[in-house]
Design a protein around this ligand. Structure first.
Ligand SMILES: [Zn+2]
Length: 417
């Protein structure tokens, strides 16, 4: 090997070095235990569960484990072990029984990036099972109001309200978990938005907008995805100044964050698959928006656009323009709870149809029985639940033998969709 190549390899190993070590196992409550590892950087991680014997596997790519790990723990954890081969670290959690588990999250702490995974005892399980995690990104916020309508409705407020409506449906539906990229009027950078989706271990990323246009007559909803190819064709038409401004923003990621741009070269197949999955997810959401009698459609097909917030290498990512806030009709619709609810419902049903068609192994939707379990919340009324899921009150009454009996908080009802 020539000297230059050796030097380059050494240099790249120094640049990419991402040390990983065992941190701790502790009980988070009497049912759940939390296993954690410490990393230098937010990493590309794949996790899955296996049967016979029951175990969970977490692969941490481009990482360097200093010494092998073998940690025994209390029931239901038999052993936590980890070893490294080349630049892949494999963590295996051996279990005595099947558990509910959560996808690993990567949290920034003073000590580094804490990779955490939770396992929860559940005697009733016939398999290890986890929720599908949906990251909901309410566009703009804080210092950035987004578009503003003629009567001073701010895009950032509309996007947050739709995000919270969608979160509510996902949160109270068995098999799903929702995380909000922002849950108040705070300023979040574009880089932090997709970086946070990775840190939460999201299975899908939905960015919600309601932008403006110079012509007030332009109206309707549309759905966008991102690809490197479309982005570079857009970039060719930009001015040099604009291109430099975007480049500067892209480079401005934190030292411990994951470099999504470099990852496209490292994992080309993962990236290709993600573009296809995003298109599928976007199409499913658009199909639902088309069924919504109140929402007009701006673009009939899923479009490519240079929205960098969607550039994760592996998380299917979609941007939903719920309408043009600069159009009086759209602004009026999005100002009402009913109008926003219809957008949230279309997104939810689109997500649900996507995961029904492309089930993630080890999730509830893998063996979907044509109904969802929804937990009644305080203040819920059947008519509202029916609208949120796009079903009739009658169908809920019949499926659940409710016979017009009152519903109560904590009650689980089946929703056939
Ligand atoms: Zn926007």
């Amino acid at each position: 090997m020539n000297k230059l190549l050796t030097f380059l390899l050494l240099l790249s190993s120094l640049v990419h070095s991402n040390e990983i070590s065992f941190y701790e196992i502790k009980d988070s409550d009497d049912q759940s235990s939390e296993i954690s590892f410490l990393l230098d950087k937010v990493s590309f991680i794949k996790s899955y569960s296996l049967v016979d014997p029951s175990r969970i596997v977490i692969d941490v790519y481009q990482s360097d484990l200093k010494s092998d790990v073998e940690e025994k723990y209390n029931y239901p954890i038999k052993l936590v072990r980890a070893s490294s081969k080349e630049d892949l670290t494999r963590i295996v959690i051996d279990l005595y029984e099947y558990v509910n588990w959560s996808k690993p999250t990567q949290e920034k702490t003073d000590e580094g990036i804490l990779l955490k995974i939770n396992v929860k005892k559940n005697k009733k399980l016939k398999n290890n099972i986890r929720d599908i995690v949906v990251a909901i990104d309410a566009g703009h916020g804080g210092k950035d109001p987004g578009a503003v309508s003629s009567n001073n409705v701010l895009e950032k407020d509309i996007t947050l309200l739709i995000a919270k409506e969608l979160q509510r449906t996902l949160r109270d539906t068995e098999g799903y978990q929702a995380v909000l990229i922002r849950n108040d009027d705070s300023t979040v950078s574009l880089n932090d938005r997709y970086q946070n989706a990775r840190k939460f271990g999201a299975d899908a990323f939905i960015s919600i907008h309601a932008d403006g246009f110079r012509l007030a007559s332009v109206k309707g909803a549309s759905v966008f995805i991102w690809s490197e190819e479309s982005s570079s064709s857009v970039a060719r038409n930009l001015s040099e100044k604009e291109r430099k401004r975007i480049q500067a923003q892209i480079k401005n990621i934190k030292s411990y964050d994951f470099n999504e741009d470099a990852a496209r070269d490292l994992y080309p197949n993962t990236y290709k698959k993600k573009v296809d999955q995003s298109k599928e997810l976007g199409t499913k959401i658009l199909d639902q928006l088309k069924r919504d009698p109140f929402t007009k459609i701006h673009k009939q097909n899923v479009e490519y656009a240079d929205f960098r917030v969607l550039k994760s290498v592996d998380i299917p990512s979609v941007l939903v323009e719920s309408g043009f806030i600069t159009n009086p009709e759209d602004a009026k619709r999005l100002k009402t709870k009913a109008g926003r609810r219809m957008i949230a419902r279309s997104i939810f049903l689109g997500i649900h149809n996507y995961f029904k068609d492309e089930p993630v192994s080890g999730t509830l939707l893998e063996n979907y029985q044509n109904y969802l379990n929804y937990e009644i919340q305080k203040g819920d009324v059947l008519s509202e639940i029916a609208i949120r899921f796009g079903v009739t009150i009658d169908s809920i009454n019949i499926t659940n033998n409710l016979e017009n009996k009152p519903i109560f908080p904590g009650q689980i009802i089946k929703i056939e969709i």
